[in-house]
Design a protein around this ligand. Structure first.
Ligand code: PGA
Length: 252
């Protein structure tokens, strides 16, 4: 999953070195970042002209807090590639005026030309970013209250559930849908229901990732257990095979 996702992102950067990447945190993208770092070191994949926007940040955590997404991105990705600091954007969890900050974040994305490819994980409740069930499918960057399930899921990174912030600043579903391409990654059986509901269920704000069905260019990269409940799984695999065959024939 990570290799495939990294190769898609690397392809985007190679075809447009000044790409705007939307990035995600959590356990799922860690392998993708490792693969991209490997490509940077071994193949010279160049991030020097890339602009990045992260999906979200805990509200109330500063960039030096060990569990902040600023720290996560610095430790797991940015300190190991050659992205320029001035082109890296992550919501400011300590902003004094959150309403104004969120509007500015949206404006900065727009000014950059818009996100070329947005990397996405998915929560067990089907959330994208921190767009918990019930988030408007037209929502923009704002503060959201985390569900108790998300707080419990994320407690593994903190020294206790009570330490997990209850609020986060997150791009909205509408913000995410504005990206030119979306790349959803999911692994493990715990994500199987959320993946099924998002890909094959009705489009509903109760599963915000179901909004992906409204987007013209989405790639889902799943491992076997995460794809287990998809009714049309074998059709999707067949489609991929047909596409590969056509591509191979075109190269001859
Ligand atoms: P995870 O989180 O990658 O840690 O499972 C995904 C998410 O909540 O979006």
């Amino acid at each position: 999953m990570s290799k495939k996702a990294a190769s898609i992102i690397a392809g985007q950067i190679r075809s447009k070195p000044s790409s705007v990447l939307g990035l995600a945190t959590g356990s799922t993208p860690l392998g993708t970042y490792k693969e991209l770092i490997k490509m940077h070191r071994k193949e010279g994949l160049d991030f020097s002209r890339v602009t990045t926007f992260n999906l979200d940040e805990y509200y109330g955590l500063g960039p030096d807090h060990p569990q902040s997404y600023h720290r996560f991105m610095e430790e797991n990705f940015f300190s190991k590639i050659n992205a320029k600091k001035r082109r890296v954007h992550i919501p400011d969890g300590l902003t004094k005026n959150v309403g104004a900050f969120c509007l500015r974040y949206e404006e900065m994305i727009k000014q950059s030309g818009g996100v070329d490819i947005q990397l996405l994980g998915i929560g067990r409740d089907g959330h994208l970013g921190f767009n918990e069930p019930g988030s408007s499918l037209g929502s923009r960057t704002r503060v959201k209250t985390l569900t108790e399930e998300t707080v419990r899921d994320n407690a593994r990174f903190f020294s206790g559930q009570e330490k997990v912030p209850k609020l986060a600043i997150t791009m909205g579903v509408g913000t995410i849908l504005d990206a030119k391409k979306l790349l959803l990654i999911a692994s493990g059986q715990v994500k199987a229901e959320a993946v099924r509901d998002s890909v094959e269920g009705p489009v509903t704000s109760s599963v915000t990732a179901s909004a992906l069905q409204l987007h013209p260019h989405v790639t889902c990269v799943l491992d076997e257990p995460a794809s287990r409940l998809l009714a049309q799984k074998y059709y999707y695999m067949y489609v991929e095979k047909v596409a590969e065959t056509i591509e191979a024939e075109a190269r001859i």
